[in-house]
Write a protein that binds this ligand. Structure first.
Ligand code: SAH
Length: 232
């Protein structure tokens, strides 16, 4: 093996939290029949028999938000009634369609904006793009966020790309968010509070004059754990 070469193996870190496949596939049971005989009811396995996370979907599109997170975000959308929902990290696009659909069901006039540096994995069919805008943007290049400038308030801004997060949050606070808007860091706080607790506290403290943590939502699900912030 040629040491240091990137050709031999893909970097599996890229798939962290994503899986290899942006397309939703219904669960397939490989170690048990789907039709379990009732005369053997007591012997049936009690586990799922398939990976739960890769199965979460909205109308056939993978959605990387578990049911607890969906419930909390539903409540937040209902409460805030956002006119714009921005999500960094599109992947298959299921969460964008879900946000658009629940906002519409609530009678809200909401535009959903998805930013990703790689939109090639987005599975949203062309006829499902009403009120959804997709932009190629890179969290490491904040100039590519300029497309967000005209976003209508209230805004829910969700970081689900996990890159350059605190600089992105600083940009959002200084250029976009007004009182009542939200910035949400999904997934990462538990890792950072384990591996870099001092830097995490220090970085969050630099936002003390601009953001507070909303304690109604901060403990609602592991994916939102202590990462729901409101512009003050
Ligand atoms: N929000 C989606 C999942 C997003 S997965 C859902 O809930 O279903 C994370 C996405 O972040 C991937 O599509 C990846 O391409 C994107 N991403 C990773 N690094 C990025 C960066 N630096 N800039 C923009 N997008 C990035």
């Amino acid at each position: 093996m040629d040491n240091g070469s990137k050709e031999k193996y893909l970097d599996l870190n890229l798939f962290r939290g994503l899986g290899e496949d942006p397309v939703y596939h219904p669960p397939v049971l490989t170690d048990r029949p789907r039709d379990w005989p009732l005369d053997k009811w007591a012997e049936a396995p009690r586990d799922l028999g398939y990976s739960d996370f890769s199965r979460y979907q909205w109308r056939g599109l993978r959605m990387l938000k578990d049911p607890e997170t969906q419930a909390a975000l539903h409540d937040l959308v209902w409460e805030v009634r956002p006119r714009t929902i921005i999500e960094l990290g599109v992947y298959g696009g299921g969460s964008l369609v879900w946000f658009r659909d629940i906002a519409k069901l609530m009678g809200l006039d909401t535009r959903v904006i998805g930013l990703d540096r790689n939109l090639s994995r987005c599975q949203i069919p062309a006829e499902e793009r009403e009120n959804i805008s997709l932009h190629e943007a890179d969290c490491d290049d904040l100039a590519s966020f300029e497309v967000l400038r005209d976003a209508v308030h209230p805004i829910l801004f969700i970081d689900d790309a996990h890159a350059n997060t605190f600089n992105v949050m600083r940009w959002a606070v200084e250029n976009l968010l007004t009182p009542g808007d939200y910035f949400i860091i999904e997934d990462m706080i538990p890792y950072w509070s384990r591996y870099a607790p001092k830097l995490l506290s220090q970085y969050l403290a630099t936002f003390r004059d601009e953001l507070t943590m909303d304690m109604v939502y901060a403990n609602t699900s592991p994916q939102l754990d202590r990462g729901v912030f409101r512009r003050s």
